[in-house]
Design a binder for this molecule. Structure first.
Ligand SMILES: Cc1cc2nc3c(=O)[nH]c(=O)nc-3n(C[C@H](O)[C@H](O)[C@H](O)COP(=O)(O)OP(=O)(O)OC[C@H]3O[C@@H](n4cnc5c(N)ncnc54)[C@H](O)[C@@H]3O)c2cc1C
Length: 289
């Protein structure tokens, strides 16, 4: 494997100055479960790795005064899964993070690395988008925030600019009575990257004709994780079996998958229909309204 310099950054300012100075040649380094594989395979050739795990607040999960939850960028998947606030308020996120690879890998893999890697198959992303989470970014110009939905710009492309790094993810309070379900199809039952995935969030809403509002986000079927707005709209109007089937078909119509080593586009599209229907049925069975 190609040699590189390793720098353990002590402050945010030091980290972003290093990234800006060595633009492209320096990479932030968290769990490195993606990074080291890409370097070993020769896809990346960074001269410098900037370890960001010990930056202040990067390993913390905190409830904020405005009732949002802040998850530091270097919090591991296992730490997300077992955190009390995540478990009680954002179980859809816990379920999604729990589905990543194996227990051993989740001990290193971070939630920040998962979204900065910008894989369309990033399992935490659909859940974060369902909850309306925002990415907190620090760079030479100071701090800014974008929605996690907009953070994903394309395959391997994020909203991060020169010298910027993700410091945390902040999640607003979930809607009252919200119920979520994350379903993932891999080539193996556990431990594989998603062939496709879907996150479904429903909550009681007296203004919706069906009595509930919905958010549906699909993974691994487009260059970025995507919402399925037509499916969400149909479910707000009708959650009869026919309504659910129509919404599942609308979700499949939204998908823009490709053929690759893991599955064909046609199979992925059909599985979006099947898994969306299953996800909605699970949520509906638990919704209290
Ligand atoms: C065997 C195996 C199985 C896997 N299975 C899954 C799976 O089931 N589901 C899934 O979603 N993923 C899976 N992955 C991918 C990977 O483990 C996850 O994406 C993981 O969350 C990445 O986190 P990390 O901390 O290891 O990131 P790193 O490898 O450290 O970083 C990933 C990328 O993000 C950048 N980066 C990291 N942190 C920051 C930051 N704070 N600011 C700016 N840039 C940053 C790095 O420079 C790099 O480009 C798997 C990987 C392997 C090797």
């Amino acid at each position: 494997m190609q040699a590189f310099d390793y720098v353990k950054a002590k402050t945010l300012e030091e980290a972003s100055a290093l990234l800006a100075e060595h633009n492209g040649d320096a990479r932030p380094f968290a769990g490195a479960t993606d990074l080291l594989i890409r370097i070993e395979r020769g896809f990346l050739h960074p001269a410098k790795m900037v370890d960001i795990k010990n930056l202040p607040g990067f390993r913390a999960i905190n409830a904020l005064d405005n009732d949002w939850l802040r998850i530091g960028a270097a919090v591991t998947m296992n730490e997300v899964v077992i955190h009390r606030d995540v478990e009680s308020r954002y179980p859809l996120l816990a379920e999604a993070c729990q589905s990543v690879a194996s227990y051993q890998l989740r001990n290193r893999a971070t939630i920040g690395g998962n979204i900065c890697n910008a894989s369309p198959a990033a399992d935490s992303a659909p859940a974060l988008i369902c909850y309306g989470a925002e990415a907190i970014i620090h760079g030479p110009q100071g701090e800014r925030r974008v929605t996690v939905e907009d953070f994903f710009q394309g395959v391997g492309q994020t909203a991060l600019e020169r010298g910027e790094l993700l410091t945390a993810i902040e999640i607003p309070p979930p809607p009252d009575g919200a119920v979520g379900r994350f379903l993932k199809l891999g080539r193996t039952t556990v431990g594989d990257i998603s062939v496709m995935n879907v996150a479904v969030l429903g909550w009681p809403d007296e203004n919706a004709a069906s009595g509930a509002s919905w958010r549906i986000v699909l993974g691994s079927v487009a260059p970025t994780p995507i919402r399925a707005p037509q499916a969400e709209k149909l479910l707000a109007g009708d959650t009869s079996p026919a309504g659910i089937e129509a919404a599942a078909r609308a979700a499949a119509d939204t998908a823009r998958p490709i053929d690759d080593i893991r599955a064909s586009a046609a199979y992925r599209t059909d599985m979006v229909r099947v898994y969306t229907r299953r996800g909605v049925e699970h949520v509906l069975a638990e919704l209290n309204y």
